[in-house]
Design a protein around this ligand. Structure first.
Ligand SMILES: Cc1cc2nc3c(=O)[nH]c(=O)nc-3n(C[C@H](O)[C@H](O)[C@H](O)COP(=O)(O)OP(=O)(O)OC[C@H]3O[C@@H](n4cnc5c(N)ncnc54)[C@H](O)[C@@H]3O)c2cc1C
Length: 472
């Protein structure tokens, strides 16, 4: 940092009139040193920004004095995107949540960066609309974080992910200029699509200060069913058969035997603990169409040697079936405290092969690997449960995670379908993009951020950087 913290504090006080929004106490700095991933990096100062003018002035100041700025929402990121790896300023945008305007005629919502994602959907629902992107963290993460990570969830299969809904942004560039991209129209082909470039850029190309997102009509009805399989490969085949039968479920989630057993031990729900895997399937749309589609889904699963099926007849039964999926995360961390949640994604056709490779990796490195996730779009969540205090175990986990990435890329997939690259996956970027692809991205970053001020140390590997899952 090219300036003393005290001096930086004084200059920031000229921008942020409310002194309580500038944090310098050790306990504050420590609480801003973590996110939901690995590692701890203490910032020099934290600023809670509440307006575009403030953000623009902070970015200009940071450029002038060569200070790193780390945008942050609710810090639920799983790849280290908000961590201040080079110190400097953490720019907390989570308090800036005053605007949530729903326009039911244009079917758009305009929101401040700190608005909680689920609140957008809740507000839309009151107008007979919905905001489809549904990361599991929707109740605790911000729309700014979702946009920066291009987050998605179970509904991604039918409705797409965050990038498919954002049509306009206000962004402060790394040099402190304010730009507007896109607008309020669904069609817009004027110039480069900078909106799409910003979405998923993990806070490295600009600070999102306002977003306009599309809303979708709320479906008339939903129906949920659970289909059970003797082995996971059959379940993977069922996914392909369902999707090639002309039906796109709104959700199509998979749980392997280890996750079924873990949930049942955590809270008995009557799940089949001898099953190799189960699929949780939600159909939505017109009630009569759903009835017909349900029969087709059953036929497809029968062809894949389905062992059993259960259809929820009431809203309570529907919630009970989804409870199984919701409980996987808390259930699997009962034995050991550390959860390494990956999101390697493969083309749908490769799901059965990916499962086979995961089982080989589990045996080879003797790790507690549990697989669940969004089977419908190939976005699996191989989760390894470990204890980060056990360094020998963590070295095996690091090797297993590296091989999971290799397997996904080898099968034509990607390192990350949801959680982003951040610090954790940066060492693997060249494996997926190649030298030239990665270099082109670096050149884009340099042209936007010549002083490398905004979120440095993310996406692009630093010299000699390796995957490290321990704090020391
Ligand atoms: C229990 C749990 C479940 C999860 N489930 C899912 C899931 O189903 N799907 C999924 O995709 N992810 C999931 N995540 C990951 C995480 O919730 C998402 O990445 C989320 O979008 C992060 O939002 P946040 O507000 O916490 O952002 P942060 O973690 O604070 O930041 C994430 C990134 O966004 C940048 N950023 C934040 N705000 C802005 C802004 N206004 N402008 C520019 N950059 C910004 C940060 O610099 C950082 O790079 C889960 C996480 C947890 C802990």
């Amino acid at each position: 940092m090219g300036i003393k913290t005290e001096e930086l504090h004084t200059l920031l006080s000229e921008i942020i009139q409310d002194e309580t929004r500038i944090l310098t106490e050790t306990f504050d700095l420590v609480s801003y040193s973590f996110d939901a991933s690995f590692g701890s990096f203490t910032p020099d100062i934290v600023v809670q920004a509440m307006s575009t003018t403030e953000v623009a002035a902070i970015m200009k100041l940071a450029n002038q004095h060569n200070v790193a700025v780390y945008p942050r929402g609710q810090a639920t990121g799983l790849s280290g995107g908000s961590l201040p790896v080079h110190g400097g300023i953490v720019l907390d945008l989570s308090q800036w949540n005053d605007q949530l305007d729903i326009d039911p005629i244009d079917m758009v919502a305009t929101v401040s960066p700190g608005v909680i994602t689920a609140d957008i959907n809740d507000a839309a629902m009151k107008e007979g609309l919905m905001y489809p992107p549904d990361p599991s963290s929707a109740h605790v993460s911000t729309i700014g974080g979702n946009l920066a990570e291009n987050s998605g969830g179970p509904r991604g299969l039918k409705y797409g992910v965050t990038k498919d809904y954002v049509i306009g942004l206000e962004v402060v560039t790394p040099e402190g200029e304010v730009i507007r991209t896109g607008g309020r129209t669904i069609k817009n082909v004027t110039g480069f699509d900078l909106t799409k470039l910003i979405v998923g850029s993990e806070g490295t190309l600009g600070v999102i200060t306002e977003a306009t997102v599309r809303l979708h009509p709320k479906p008339l009805a939903t129906k949920t069913m659970m289909t059970v399989f003797h082995n996971i490969v059959d379940a993977g085949k069922a996914v392909t058969l369902i999707l090639t039968s002309g039906i796109v479920p709104s959700k199509l989630e998979i749980m392997d035997n280890a996750s079924i057993v873990a949930v049942e031990e955590y809270e008995p729900l009557g799940l089949p603990t001898d099953a190799g895997a189960l699929l949780l399937i939600e159909l939505d749309g017109h009630p009569r169409a759903i009835e017909d589609e349900m029969e087709r889904v059953k036929e497809a699963c029968t062809k894949a040697h389905m062992a059993d099926v259960q259809v929820a007849e009431t809203a309570e039964e529907e919630q009970e079936l989804w409870k199984a999926r919701k409980l996987v995360s808390p259930a699997i961390v009962r034995e050991k405290p550390t959860k390494i949640s990956e999101d390697a994604t493969v083309p749908r056709s490769k799901i059965p092969e990916m499962f086979e490779r995961l089982m080989v990796i589990k045996e080879k490195y003797d790790v507690d690997l549990v697989v669940f996730g969004h089977a419908g779009d190939g976005n699996l969540h191989p989760n390894i449960i470990a204890d980060k205090r056990d360094h020998e175990e963590m070295r095996r986990v690091e090797q297993a995670v590296g091989e999971i990435f290799e397997a996904a890329v080898d099968l034509g997939g990607t390192l990350s379908g949801e959680h982003g690259i951040g610090t954790l996956k940066a060492p693997f970027m060249e494996m997926e993009l190649g030298e030239v692809g990665l270099d082109l991205m670096k050149r884009i970053k340099t042209s936007w951020d010549p002083n490398n001020i905004l979120n440095p140390g993310k996406i692009f590997p630093e010299p000699g950087q390796k995957l490290v899952l321990t704090d020391d």
